[in-house]
Design a protein around this ligand. Sequence first.
Ligand SMILES: *Cc1c(COP(=O)(O)O)cnc(C)c1O
Length: 721
Amino acid sequence: MTAKRISEKQITILITKLRDLAYNLWWSWNPDAQQIFRELSPFFWEHSNNNPIEVMNWISGPELRARLQNHNFFDKVNRVCRTFHVYMTEKHTWAKKHAPRLRSPVAYFSAEFGLHESLRIYSGGLGTLAGDHAKSTGNLGLPFVGVSLFYRQGYFQQQISEHGWQQECYFTYDPHKLPMVLVTNKKGHPIICSVEIGNSLVQLQAWLVNVGRTRIYLLDTDLPQNEEQFRSLTAQVYGGDHWTRICQEIVLGIGGVRLLQALKIAPTVYHMNEGHSAFLTLELVHNRLQSKRSLKQAEASVKQQCIFTTHTPVPTGHDRFDRGLIEAALPRFTSSLGITIDQLMSYGRVQPEDGNEPFCMTVLALKMSRDANGVSELHGQVTREMWKGLYPEVEVEKIPIGHITNGVNITAWTSQSAYTFWTSHLSYNWVKKLRDHNFWQQVVSKKKISDEDLWALRTTLRWELIEFARKRLRQQQLRLNANDVGLFDNILSKDALTIGFARRFATYKRAPLFFKELEWAVRTLSNKDRPVQIIFAGKAHPKNDDGKRYIQEIVNMTKRLDLFGRVIFIEDHDMNVAQYLVAGADVWLNTPRRPMEASGTSGMKVTIHGGLNASTMDGWWREAYDGRNGWKIGEDTTVNDEKAQDDLDAASLRSVMENEIIPLFYDRGKDGIPHHWLNMVRHAIATLIPVYNTDRMVEEYTKRYYQPKTNRVRARSASLR
Ligand SMILES: *Cc1c(COP(=O)(O)O)cnc(C)c1O
């Protein structure tokens, strides 16, 4: 019997839905949706770094119709589109119940958003945090809008030369091939805003990225009517010099506020994710002044509406501009505020009168925010200490900078295999239970999940990582020397203890710490009975030669004969590489020099995959570690001498590896399964998943910073009336 033909009309309707789906990054955390696009064109899917728009552009109309005549495929697409529709129209969200007073959106400004590997508008953890934050607000039903820049060239693609030196390659992306649309008015004309830079007026258009129920607007200066020097302003993430940086920040902060106005979006709260966007506060003051308030009143009212999250104690992470730069960039804006350049400078100075002090964006953000926070308990302390000069009247402990520890959007980081595993072992609803301690407590018992099944998951994920690494190494080699491609077919061992290390190569993260005593490292990694292997990835900022030297050091390790195939460096770290690594690694190594890692998030991505953390006592880990859910490296104290601290931590790392991690991994039952290891995995899942996720984090932001604001504004405006 032949199946009934699906009507042309049904197919037309489904194609429309499928296109809508492609333009909403909801697919980026729904494995079934990704599967559809992959199935449509495995080649284009991979070739485009997993981008549904490229797949949809590639496949012709007639072919798509023919493919959808397959009943199984039609049903699959239909099911996913229905799930998407249900998600988008959900009424009973968390926010409806828990944040009913928050009616107009929180506007969240961030210089980078890590949403998906095909949208290269992020550099590292700050961006992925912003992306995860945005995804969670949508899931929780919180009114929320993101603002950032559209970087046409994105962050660079990394290639490693023969000599192990990082090369930066830039490609220009066509916005029409990305999951975003130009922001237009009702007539279909682009909405254009402008900002004053120097004596020029720079025009901006914006792109809309739909992220589930959340919208993110990306500003773009690449318009023909702009002077050449301004067209390329938004080309690269953290590109160019100080001038580029200040201009980008004017576009982001001032341009962002103007865009929201043009869109008639009136935010309840402006949330600055890092200081890059802090000029927004001055634009808000500028607006208030037009309703004839005094400068002081305008400032006070703006301050009630702004909150600020700082993300790093590293000094270069805080933009500072000297007076000349401010004067060159903001003369017109300053006079429109009715103030002098020196008055403007004082907003960004700890000592307003100190003519030598540059303008610091963090200082501006702190001065103009009602509330500020660091991103872990220790980072809160460090931040209060760091900025105590701004609060001379207040004891350090009482400085109004709190902390909310970061999280990750666990659903978005869960690999397909792990997603299927939890769905079948716990419930299809597990993604809605991320904050539920009791739910994850189930994992501790072997009733729901046997050791055999849990170990099988680990094995699968490790294999997937190794297959991926081999493929990437072959491609890397193909570029350098096509004769030796076969060399990488059998690198890495599928059942060896696998350590992962992947993040930006900022030097304080100390990527080469494992090799500090080389003889030990070689002995450990080349042990035949209890093999250990380690996979690295990460980019150094183009201007950071010290970071590039760290990469070179590691790449040189990968070339040693006695380490070949046991130490691997995967080029061009991005969210896709990160996904494979956090899923496949048995142990996630994190060695920042305490207390420089404000939070760190990559370690939070491994738990759902049954990976374990080994980390210095910094950022999130010193809160999360309980003695049984992973390992600590070094002590929870800071040593003032950097070299001494490095030596101590390296020694501790060696000892933990040798005495704890390796023996536990290779302590096997008669069935070949490491039961004690898996107990630790279970305990890690039960203790870490319910806490270190962005649903919990966004809930904290809402309760402490987003929602109470509504009360205060109401109370204030009531008293004014
Ligand atoms: C999660 C993530 C990071 C953050 O890593 P940290 O260890 O917190 O520095 C950086 N880059 C990418 C691509 C990530 O996915």
